[in-house]
Design a binder for this molecule. Structure first.
Ligand SMILES: [Zn+2]
Length: 69
């Protein structure tokens, strides 16, 4: 037994979360979560969207804005 595997790999696991440029909280909310390293903005498109990423706002800003929408 090893402590390096806290949970088994499930069908719903997103391997792309291991990419350091993915905002995990955004991804957990169902967004793409890709982060623009230059601006810190996070892609708000759905996970695995087919078109290019849309870095519309920072994750914190988007989360605040969507709360009242
Ligand atoms: Zn994206």
């Amino acid at each position: 037994m090893t402590l390096s595997a806290p949970r088994p790999a499930g069908a719903g696991e997103r391997l792309d979360l291991h990419n350091s440029s993915i905002e995990e909280s955004a991804a957990a909310a169902g967004h793409c979560g890709m982060t623009d390293l230059h601006t810190g903005r996070v892609c708000q498109e759905p996970a695995h969207h087919v078109h290019s990423c849309d870095f519309a706002a920072t994750w914190a800003t988007a989360a605040t804005a969507s709360r009242g929408a």
